[in-house]
Design a protein around this ligand. Structure first.
Ligand SMILES: Nc1ncnc2c1ncn2[C@@H]1O[C@H](COP(=O)(O)OP(=O)(O)OP(=O)(O)O)[C@@H](O)[C@H]1O
Ligand SMILES: [Mg+2]
Length: 269
């Protein structure tokens, strides 16, 4: 079903080894090994509280792991902040989207890369809204994303439209970086049918352009549509890591609920 070039060969775009994360006494991640290759989509599944968002936050520099190592394109990295991860080509779309409500779509898409007006007004920091709108329209066109008019304030969008804007913003940023890595936490949670299809297509298109993608979702059909491989977490441990084409939905659900034994650990309490 998927045509990803990321078959798992070569140096991973992102590789975590033995990652641990403790919140006080809560062990949110326990000895996690994880990798995603350029052009590959890895679905990261697990029940509520399994550790999915925590793992993405470690990858995105939002959390320092209590142990373990992280490599980006083979090079060991320590992230002190999300800006460090962004500098290494990693973009994350959070479960709680970070959009500026009072501003319009175009302004949100251009945050941090504003185009200044020519001449004295630009020297004073005045931005060129028309130029930014035109650029964003072209970028969305290229990504095949349709949304509300550029001038509409984000606070007037539906939950699903906001999600599409947040995703498109990260997609635009990561497309600019070579060897980009995109981390998505529940990108379709609020989406209707049409928008879910758009996001599916966007994910596949980005992967085909060589972006490595980690997709956290509770939506198993979405995983079967777009993912090359699936990793399942259960109470902070990795219990499965398999090519999507080698597995059946029943098995994946079994790993999520714990009904099916882990591929990696002997059965224990
Ligand atoms: N900031 C925090 N402080 C303390 N404990 C936390 C914190 N964030 C998460 N946890 C705990 O870590 C564990 C993993 O949480 P995480 O948010 O990673 O789960 P998740 O798999 O993303 O779940 P969901 O599907 O509900 O989003 C849970 O037991 C949670 O209560
Ligand atoms: Mg979560």
């Amino acid at each position: 079903m998927t045509t990803g070039t990321g078959s798992g060969a070569g140096t991973p775009a992102l590789e975590l080894t033995g990652v641990e994360m403790h919140y006080g006494f809560v062990r949110a991640l326990d000895d996690i090994d994880f990798r995603v290759h350029p052009g590959e989509v890895v679905g990261l599944l697990g029940d509520n509280g399994a550790g999915k968002s925590t793992l993405l936050k470690v990858m995105s520099g939002a959390h320092r792991p209590s142990g373990g190592t992280l490599r980006v394109h083979g090079e060991e990295k320590v992230f002190h902040a999300p800006s460090d991860a962004a500098g290494a080509g990693i973009q994350m779309v959070y479960q709680d989207l970070a959009l500026v409500d009072a501003q319009d779509i175009s302004t949100n898409l251009n945050l941090g890369r504003e185009i200044l007006r020519r001449g004295p007004l630009g020297w004073l920091g005045f931005v060129d809204h028309r130029a930014m709108r035109k650029r964003s329209e072209a970028e969305l066109d290229r990504l095949g994303v349709r949304t509300a008019p550029m001038t509409r304030p984000v606070e007037m969008l539906s939950g699903g439209q906001r999600q599409v804007v947040a995703l498109a913003r990260s997609a635009i940023r990561v497309s600019g970086a070579s060897n980009g890595i995109l981390l998505l936490d529940e990108p379709t949670a609020a989406l209707g049918y049409e928008q879910t299809k758009q996001v599916e297509a966007l994910i596949r298109q980005m992967a085909d352009n060589g972006i490595a993608i980690v997709l956290v979702t509770h939506n198993l059909p979405l995983c079967y549509q777009v993912a090359d491989r699936v990793v399942v977490l259960n109470r902070g441990r990795k219990v499965a890591d398999v090519a999507m084409s080698d597995t059946e939905p029943d098995h994946v659900v079994g790993w999520i609920t714990g009904a099916r034994p882990s591929q990696f650990h002997a059965a224990s309490a």
